[in-house]
Design a protein around this ligand. Structure first.
Ligand SMILES: C[S@@+](CC[C@H](N)C(=O)[O-])C[C@H]1O[C@@H](n2cnc3c(N)ncnc32)[C@H](O)[C@@H]1O
Length: 231
């Protein structure tokens, strides 16, 4: 998923504005091009195996309102809909929305698929759970505080954030370089974004599984507490 070079030509990320600029990180055009050219190494081609584990634990029961931000090709949207959840998938790449819609329709399922920028979108009501799989890591870290604030507002008090946090151990990280996508979702940064208080953290260690694109994927399930205001 690292887009720094492709066949000697500048890749879409090569045009990514510098850190700190108003438009840091990959653009909609970048993601659309990846879907159109079928260069989507983050896509397992199947449902994340973590989903059935969490369902077996009683999370994501039938009827639960579940948001899948950055839903990509929609494997998890379809699986959640098949399990009886009331699912909303959001992505701003038209190709991703098309793939998700086709998957849901072909399976004869019901889900709400929204084409929107998550950094501008406001749902009419909150969700019982948010399934963030490789969405946080798809956003430049300059966007993370904004995204985390929005995400906190999307989750019903008492609801859950299920974060599949991509772990990328690149050399440049030791020199303070910000490289991606995927951007490394360091657990310290994630803790700062979703602090204890508004969020209840289970004690580590958190389950980890390899990601097909060669990265690690840490699974963290946070509970949104009722009382704390969102910062
Ligand atoms: C790395 S892919 C992950 C897709 C899917 N969750 C998966 O794991 O297969 C990131 C997805 O987030 C979408 N995305 C990135 N930034 C977005 C934004 N600001 N608003 C909506 N979607 C966004 C991209 O179009 C892409 O489909």
């Amino acid at each position: 998923m690292n887009e720094s070079r492709a066949g000697g030509k500048p890749s879409p990320t090569a045009r990514t504005p510098a850190v700190g600029s108003a438009a840091a990180g990959p653009s909609l055009a970048f993601w659309q091009e990846r879907f159109e050219s079928q260069r989507t190494p983050w896509d397992r081609g199947e449902v994340n195996p973590a989903l059935s584990k969490l369902q077996a634990d009683g999370l994501l029961p039938p009827g639960a309102r579940v948001l899948v931000p950055g839903c990509g090709a929609g494997h998890e949207v379809a699986a959640l809909a098949a399990a009886g959840c009331r699912v909303t998938g959001v992505d701003y790449a038209p190709a991703a929305v098309g793939l998700t819609r086709a998957r849901v329709d072909q399976a004869g399922l019901q889900a709400e698929i929204v084409e929107a920028d998550l950094l501008a979108w406001q749902p009419p009501s909150r969700f019982d759970a948010v399934w963030d799989q490789a969405c946080l890591c798809a956003l430049h870290p300059d966007r993370w505080v904004d995204y985390a604030r929005r995400l906190a507002a999307w989750v019903e008090p008492g609801g859950r954030l299920i974060l599949l946090a991509i772990q990328v151990d690149r050399e440049g990280r030791r020199e303070g370089r910000i490289e991606g996508p995927p951007y490394h979702c360091d657990i310290n940064a994630v803790r700062a974004l979703f602090p204890s208080g508004p969020w209840q953290w289970p004690p580590p260690p958190y389950p980890a599984q390899p990601h097909p694109a060669g990265f690690g994927e840490l699974r963290v399930v946070l509970h949104r507490t009722a009382a704390e205001p969102v910062r």
